[in-house]
Ligand binder design. Structure first.
Ligand SMILES: Nc1ncnc2c1ncn2[C@@H]1O[C@H](COP(=O)(O)OP(=O)(O)OP(=O)(O)O)[C@@H](O)[C@H]1O
Length: 231
């Protein structure tokens, strides 16, 4: 079953409405799909397009079930005047479907990412990695059907990265699908089930590592080798 289906004819910005073109892919329940491509290839634009954040978008995006998604942005988005706990309360209050177990879930996530002690502090004074962990907690809070994660590995320490990947694994076990953009290709190769490779706003390869290797004519090649041969 697909939890996310994306068919973008074209999308972009007011002055450049066709930054990305003909991007078609899907994410199955439990699948982790890596969105890969060099700087400026259109990864963030693709994510913004499927979140409905772009003025210029011609295409279709379908999310399964109730259509809930957890978006984990690359750069933390925080309010100066709210404590960490108030951020979680605000997120829960603005969800379309109320969280019956908000308190327990929030406590569990704070413990997992070791932020329990600072839950009543203002995140504006936190380190970059701590702020990034808040984004992970907010993403995990509502147990969505789809996770959309923009470059999670920059700024997280190895322990936080491990905790994050374990959290994603649990969620995938429950049937959530994940689309994750990253430049960290060795990690992507290790953890992703399949890949969407973008270059200059176009889809250049789609499928598991074997399919990407075939597309590049590099049997046994790493994702890193395939990336370089395609671009
Ligand atoms: N707000 C904007 N207005 C106009 N053009 C933009 C805007 N944001 C991005 N672009 C252009 O869209 C193209 C794709 O950018 P995008 O940010 O999607 O790339 P990316 O693959 O996410 O890159 P990176 O790996 O550097 O994050 C680039 O040419 C960029 O200049």
């Amino acid at each position: 079953m697909n939890v996310l289906e994306v068919e973008i004819e074209k999308a972009g910005y007011k002055d450049r409405p066709d930054v990305i073109q003909e991007i078609k892919f899907s994410v199955r329940a439990g699948e982790l799909v890596g969105l890969i491509g060099p700087n400026g290839a259109g990864k963030s634009t693709t994510i913004k397009a499927l979140l409905g954040l772009l003025g210029e978008m011609k295409g279709n995006v379908v999310m399964a079930g109730k259509g809930t998604y957890g978006y984990i942005p690359e750069h933390p988005i925080l309010f100066d005047e709210l404590t960490l706990w108030e951020h979680l309360e605000l997120a829960a209050a603005s969800m379309e479907h109320p969280l019956p177990d908000f308190q327990a879930r929030a406590e569990e996530l704070l413990a997992r990412f070791r932020l329990t002690e600072v839950r009543h502090h203002l995140p504006a004074s936190f380190s970059k990695g701590m702020q990034q962990k808040i984004m992970l907690i907010l993403g995990f809070l509502q147990k969505p059907e789809v996770y959309i994660v923009d470059e999670p590995f920059i700024g997280l320490d190895p322990k936080a990265t491990k905790d994050f990947l374990e959290g994603l694994k649990e969620e995938r076990g429950r049937g959530a699908g994940v689309l994750m953009s990253t430049h960290v290709l060795d990690t992507a190769e290790r953890i992703c089930d399949s890949f969407v490779l973008l270059s200059e706003g176009r889809l250049v390869a789609r499928g598991d590592l074997e399919a990407v290797r075939q597309r590049c004519g590099l049997p046994g090649g790493s994702l890193f080798d395939c990336f370089h041969s395609l671009l």
